[in-house]
Ligand binder design. Structure first.
Ligand code: FES
Length: 145
């Protein structure tokens, strides 16, 4: 059901933890499954993401997507981090089962929420970034179980 990469990032998650006095923190949840993800960003004055950590209270796919998402944004500029969509995270993991696609949306939204927090704290506007929702399940397509 899961690819090797998903299993690897689930059993050996990268960048788990938190950053004290982070430049930006974003928390999003999905009220339907009850999972919560928090991303911490440490961004230097040049707008480069020096460090990133995550805490996820959620399913294995949520842990794996958080881990991969942090790997994808580390060392990137704020603008590059914006391009890290849930699709990019899923591709980097060699795919997710269809019922687990929503887990990767948490990762995308948590990064956006952390970037939004960073922008607000610094009184700047990040081109192309919209105010993230704290609960993403409203945007999901209905899934038949
Ligand atoms: Fe909800 Fe994975 S089941 S985030």
């Amino acid at each position: 059901m899961y690819t090797q990469k998903v299993m690897d990032h689930f059993t050996n998650p990268r960048n788990m933890g938190e950053i004290e006095n982070a430049s930006g923190v974003g928390t999003v949840g999905n009220a339907k499954c009850g999972d919560i993800m928090r991303i911490y960003l440490d961004i230097d004055p040049d707008g480069i993401i020096n460090d990133v950590k995550f805490k996820t209270f959620g399913c294995g796919a949520a842990v794996a997507t958080s881990s991969m998402a942090t790997e994808l944004v580390k060392g990137k500029t704020v603008q590059e981090a914006l391009q890290v969509t849930n699709k990019a995270v899923m591709e980097a993991l060699d795919g997710l089962p269809p019922v687990k696609v929503h887990c990767s949306l948490l990762a995308e939204e948590a990064i956006h929420a952390a970037l939004w927090d960073y922008a607000e704290k610094n009184g700047i506007k990040i081109e192309g970034l919209q105010k993230p929702k704290s609960d993403i399940h409203e945007e999901e397509e209905e899934v038949e179980y």
